[in-house]
Ligand binder design. Sequence first.
Ligand code: SAM
Ligand code: SF4
Length: 446
Amino acid sequence: MDSRYHIITFGCQMNEADSDVMASLLDQAGWTAASDASDADLVVLNTCSVREKPEHKADSLLGELREMKDERPGLSVIVTGCMAQREGEALAKRSRWVDAVLGTRCFHHIVDVAGRVRRGERPIVITDLEDDPAKVRCGPLAEVRQAPLKAFVPIILGCTNFCSYCIVPHVRGAEASRPAAEIIGEVRDLAARGTREVTMLGQNVLAWGRDLPTRPTFDSLLSLFDDRSAPGIDGLWRVRFLTCHPRDVNRELIGKVADIPAVCEHIHLPIQAGTDKLLRDMNRGYTVDQYRAVVGRLRAGIPGISITTDMMVGFPGETEQDFERSLTVYEEIGFDAAFMFAYSPRPGTPAAERTDQVPKKVRVERLNRLIEMQNRITVERNRWEVGNIAEVLAEGPAHKGPGLLEGKTRTNKHVVFPGDRRLVGTLAQVRLTEANLWGFRGEVAT
Ligand code: SAM
Ligand code: SF4
């Protein structure tokens, strides 16, 4: 069979990892990747519902695909991911040119469904929230999965936190952890084939294990990467993890990050808001003081750790005073970097039902003020590091110009430096010479 597929991915790293799974399964079934939708027999649109904007973008892309399909009726269109899960049958009804809709835990059906669509069966809608991660992740994807220098490895699916603004628990189902042996097996296989850095993924990785029969903890999973006390993982240099819920950071985690050489000194710890009122209304499960205390313990226990975060402005009921209070808290904590969002009402979430929505204009204006402040702090903090020598995993040629390489520090900061292509795939010692918003310029230290 010479059939070509193209996957378009919106959203977070979890979606990227899910797209990887689908690509691997299609490759294994004899499909070939096409670099462009116009070149493909099958287009998969892997969608995101976390805010309104990515849903709008997916809708406009669906419009383009409709035109493509008018010209080439043989083209198959499959919509997957959060928007597929959220809308299900309704999506197939309102976009009649869509051949199949696959929810967030149905990726393992991709080959079967693509085959059925080709045989004329349509529309197919599958949105079961399968609770066995082994099926969803298709077991270890060892033989088929590509092994890039850096890879994402999902360790827990779903979320059970139900923050009042968030669609994720509704579209990704309850927490379901992969067993440690399966995770380590996948990482070992990736490392054997050239992966040097893995990022373990989950909406809250610190919840990992709670649903497994022996209730292992996330810090016990980290211990398996410590080659002083465990077999370790040959060839793997760096371990990262994303995202951490502030409520679940404990002494054991801090100890393991500080102690295990492969585990990198970076934590992504979304704060979301800087007043107790907003945090309570968001159902985040911590106060500003508790968050501050966690940051204090992280900085005391893990020298040089970088702390990044997510911040949201314009949550229902947020007054100008609340917003300014949040800015003060953020400035005082001093984050290395942040993803910043204007609140976007998501249908079916409690926050969307509230009658005290903040006008869009105000949300946008607050977001701009927040970005301006955080950008200044990011540059200031980066400046403190100029002159230091950092370990950088050289990932490849930099987009910033010829003769330049780029990579990340252990603290997950971007570095661009002149270097020979032969350095790609190695750990370089780089002196940081110039700080920017995006990271650093540097030079290889001899
Ligand atoms: N599980 C992660 C956590 O708890 O931090 C984050 C998952 S979510 C995909 C990523 C970020 O999107 C959140 O941290 C939040 O800041 C933002 N987000 C979620 N729902 C949102 C909404 N309705 N409007 C705007 N931003 C939202
Ligand atoms: Fe959404 Fe909260 Fe779960 Fe993160 S922890 S995915 S913000 S519900």
